[in-house]
Design a protein around this ligand. Structure first.
Ligand SMILES: [Zn+2]
Length: 93
């Protein structure tokens, strides 16, 4: 069963790859018999358009202190003592 799923995935991958290569080849080599058809072709319009310029309307970040961190020392308190387990503590010297 797993071999069948693996072969299906492999075939799908090869199909997608071949379609992608075929599409790239067709897009780069297609031509139009008249100029009017090329003006309505989306591939030609994109190919002959100018390079897009990067535009951004992002506001620059403002860094401001909004508070002061108050650190408090935390001391963990054990819930169980060693003797609660019935285990002998370390020998005292
Ligand atoms: Zn075209």
């Amino acid at each position: 069963m797993q071999e069948r799923v693996g072969s299906v995935i492999r075939w799908a991958a090869w199909l997608c790859l071949s379609m992608m290569l075929w599409t790239a080849a067709v897009e780069s080599t297609h031509n139009h018999p008249s100029q009017t058809e090329s003006t309505s072709c989306s591939i030609c319009v994109v190919a002959h358009s100018t390079a897009p310029t990067a535009s951004s309307n992002h506001v620059r970040p403002v860094f401001a202190a909004i508070g002061l961190l108050q650190e408090e020392e935390v001391v963990a308190k054990p819930r169980l003592d060693v003797f609660d387990f019935g285990i002998r503590g370390p020998p005292t010297v």
